[in-house]
Design a protein. Structure first.
Length: 687
């Protein structure tokens, strides 16, 4: 990287000084003596809001939130969890060394890049300035030292600018597709992790640290962990500089295109140039060397970078890069790249990559080569021994049965009530949260169980809806014994929330495995049927995170369920019930999962005369989520309401059948009727 591309003119030093009116004679003095660097950024948001957003970002990153995180971001504690190193090793596998050859292949330059999706890599514009230049680039993953100090050569991949290429000189970034297989055909790009870019702000704040993973001067992969304190984020007085953040460093300059990551391994910026210690001496700009000597800028340009005193780095903010990529993608219209579109939808949480958790910062589809050698022998040995002892039917995260176990399940019967009640239709507004998970052996992608069916959302890993038939007259009272929860083998296991989410939380487990189809609802018919139905309700596909006080409250969810079934039993009515969570973009992340704040239910019954009635409800666990340590409570429009079917359709992005809409017993306001108690419910039994 030429020296002239990493120096700053006098205007930058003047800008730093002006923040406080500093009379510092050098860049480092201006940086060190400018607390207003922090103040200028803090004025953009209320400190409480900034803290809440920081904690939300920590939770979303997949690292989990603890008391120590709060202490660290408040500057009271610098401790990091031990998994920081393990996760960092995986994150490092996404970083590659770039060789950009010239037109004739006789010369070139080194840079750094990293994967931001399963097929896209990002680096600086000044590393790869054009699609033509990208065809002469080699991206080498895994070029690093192993645990014994030996150099791993890694694997080289070609770039594929014909599949995706966006570059921007002003923000100094290039986004480009990478070949799926290595040059020698022995490795796949999916063998390496990718670092998800997150458009949200406040992933890092001044005085916190960033970690930079880099290939300086084409050397084996290196890491700077604690020499990069964030000094300033953006510049509200300068539109161009507002795209950048600055972080101090007394190490060698990081390679162009390196990721700058916060303590939760979220990318906060892409490094693009370094700041040298400089001063003006009698009208001449001088650069300081590591030995303390001052030389003219002209003389410094001929020296090795290792002799220059580097005191700060500049990176392009992640949020600004994503915004610019989105603008370019929209402008390209018909020629827009599907790879870039998938990248943007994943970053925004609209449709995340299959098998991944929304907003989780480090995504690895397989174990990267960089960590294939055991580092902690006893830990690896113990893990392998556990795998040997574990039965195939008893995975660590839950149990599983063979697919053949489900072969006779008929699922929800649309003709159960004597009039056809079709399943809800998922409209584009619902599918924006993720597509329906494909179910092996089906065309409609429905999971069929005894007397009920489920459609799963791929992104949220929860049900879009459940549908159950209830026969009160033939109901069988089976006791609840030891709960054993199962994965459903008909869909990928990683698209189901297992025991790892619900257990082993520091400070106590906050969420129950809340049944969507209530355990008692489908257990009717012959004893063999009822027994199967009872067991079928204990599938991870049929549960959603429900705060324990909410799930067990007789006044809320469980109380409403009991009221509905009791009224069905007493009058020997047939009933069908649709249930599900309400997905919102504002749903709070907890342990990498967006937890629903509201649940809905549509109840359909027929009386002895065969007349159909429907009623719809929304129940909230919002107030309970506010009690979870470090979580923010989003603002929602529902509490505990009975609502019209049509208003619920709008809220869910689903369409119920005309029969359901016509049979609605609700006659209140379009805003819904707040339920103070069950006597407020408009129910067919009282009509």
């Amino acid at each position: 990287m030429p020296f002239k591309t990493v120096t700053y003119g006098e205007d930058f030093l003047d800008n730093l000084k002006s923040l406080r009116g500093s009379q510092a004679s050098t860049v480092s003095e201006a940086l060190e003596n400018s607390p207003s660097l922090t103040e200028s950024h803090d004025r953009r948001a209320d400190p409480t809001a900034i803290l809440a957003r920081r904690v939300e970002n920590i939770a979303a990153s997949g690292s989990g939130v603890s008391f120590f995180d709060l202490e660290r971001i408040m500057g009271r504690n610098d401790l990091l969890p031990i998994n920081f190193l393990q996760k960092g090793t995986i994150a490092a596998s996404a970083v590659c060394r770039i060789w950009a050859g010239d037109l004739y292949g006789s010369n070139g330059s080194w840079g750094t890049g990293f994967l931001v999706s399963p097929r896209l890599m990002i680096t600086n514009h000044h590393v790869i300035a054009s699609a033509d230049a990208a065809t002469r680039v080699s991206a080498q993953f895994g070029y690093e030292m192993d645990i014994n100090g030996r150099i791993r050569e890694g694997k080289a991949f070609q770039l594929m600018p014909q599949e995706a290429f966006i570059t921007d000189a002003e923000l100094d970034f290039t986004l480009v597709a990478v070949a799926e297989n290595s040059d020698d055909g022995t490795a796949q790009l999916t063998d390496y992790a990718f670092l998800r870019l997150d458009p949200t702000l406040h992933k890092v704040e001044p005085e916190e640290f960033v970690t930079v993973i880099q290939h300086p001067d084409g050397q084996p992969k290196q890491i700077a962990i604690r020499e990069n304190k964030v000094l300033k984020i953006g510049d509200s007085q300068d539109t161009l500089r507002d795209n950048f953040l600055w972080y101090a460093s007394d190490t060698a300059p990081g390679s162009s295109g390196s990721p700058a990551l916060n303590d939760n391994w979220q990318v906060v910026a892409i490094h693009h140039k370094s700041v040298v210690e400089s001063r003006m001496n009698n009208g001449v700009e001088e650069i300081q060397l590591t030995n303390g000597e001052w030389v003219s800028q002209q003389d410094a340009e001929g020296l090795s970078e290792s002799k220059i005193k580097w005191i700060a780095n500049e990176g392009i903010r992640t949020s600004r890069i994503l915004a610019r990529v989105g603008q370019v993608q929209m402008q390209q219209e018909g020629s827009a790249s599907p790879l870039v579109q998938a990248f943007l939808e994943d970053a925004k949480g609209i449709h995340v990559f299959p098998g991944t958790t929304p907003r989780e910062s480090v995504v690895a589809s397989t174990i990267p080569p960089a960590i294939s050698t055991p580092i902690i022998t006893s830990e690896v040995s113990e893990s392998l021994e556990k795998k040997k002892r574990r039965k195939p039917s008893e995975p660590a995260d839950g149990s599983i049965r063979p697919i053949s176990y489900y072969q006779d399940r008929q699922g929800y019967d649309p003709n159960f009530l004597g009039v056809k009640i079709s399943l809800p239709e998922l409209m584009p507004a619902a599918l924006a949260f993720g597509r329906v998970v494909p179910v092996e052996g089906t065309q409609d992608n429905l999971l069929r169980y005894m007397h009920f069916s489920i459609a799963m959302c791929e992104t949220r890993r929860l049900a879009f809806y459940t549908a159950v038939n209830i026969d009160g007259k033939r109901w069988v009272g089976l006791e609840r014994k030891n709960d054993e929860w199962f994965f459903d083998p008909r869909i990928p296991e990683n698209l189901q929330l297992g025991n790892r989410f619900y257990g082993n939380e520091p400070g106590g487990n906050f969420f129950d495995r809340g049944h969507l189809v209530r355990r008692q609802d489908p257990i009717w018919g012959e004893l063999s049927e009822a027994t199967l139905a009872n067991s079928d309700t204990f599938h991870f596909t049929n549960c959603s995170p429900q705060y324990f006080q909410f799930n067990q409250s007789q006044e809320l969810w469980q109380g409403l369920e009991n009221f509905i079934l009791t009224n069905t039993d007493q009058d020997d009515l047939l009933a069908s019930v649709f249930t599900g969570p309400i997905f919102q973009e504002t749903d709070v992340f907890h342990r990498g999962i967006q937890v629903p704040q509201f649940f809905w239910k549509v109840v359909l019954v027929v009386d002895r005369g065969g007349k159909l009635y429907s009623s719809a409800y929304v129940v909230s666990q919002e107030k309970f989520v506010d009690e979870i340590p470090f979580e923010r409570k989003p603002v929602g429009e529902f509490n505990n309401f009975q609502v019209s079917v049509t208003s619920l359709e709008v809220r869910l992005g689903m369409k119920f059948s005309d029969e359901v809409r016509r049979a609605d017993v609700y006659t209140g306001s379009s805003r819904g009727r707040e339920l103070r108690g069950f006597s407020d419910i408009q129910h067919p039994r009282r009509r």
